[in-house]
Design a protein around this ligand. Structure first.
Ligand code: FES
Length: 121
């Protein structure tokens, strides 16, 4: 039997993003005690950030994805930027341009939006 070799030629594979932005889009029923990022308009944030990344020509460097709960529900909407392990709390549409320009383009996290160093909820 022939040994398995690499499945992908690394030099010919598609480029990998430098950063991935995870946006919690988790929804819970109205009145749920934990609330959710969806009820705080995280879908709108996802759409706006995806458009902004394209407008700024970052789509080959930055991937934007929706996720389920990122376990900081009371601080939502929550964004996490990987592989930097930088987490943002209570992000609004007005914050996205700064996150794009400072963090996603320059690698400088936006200090004023950082998630406090607290345990997962
Ligand atoms: S619902 Fe978004 S962090 Fe839990």
């Amino acid at each position: 039997m022939r040994p398995l070799g690499p499945l992908i030629n690394q030099e010919e594979s598609v480029p990998k993003p430098e950063r991935q932005v995870l946006i919690c889009a988790n929804a819970r029923p109205p009145g749920h005690p934990k609330g959710s990022c969806a009820e705080k308009s995280s879908q709108g944030l996802f759409d706006a950030l995806r458009d902004l990344v394209r407008e700024r020509g970052l789509q080959d460097r930055v991937m934007v994805n929706r996720t389920y709960c990122l376990k900081h529900c009371s601080r939502g909407p929550v964004l996490a930027v990987q592989p930097d392990n930088v987490w943002y709390a209570a992000v609004t549409p007005d914050d996205l341009a700064e996150i794009c320009a400072s963090h996603l383009e320059q690698g400088r996290p936006v200090e004023r939006l950082l998630m406090p160093d607290i345990p997962w909820e």
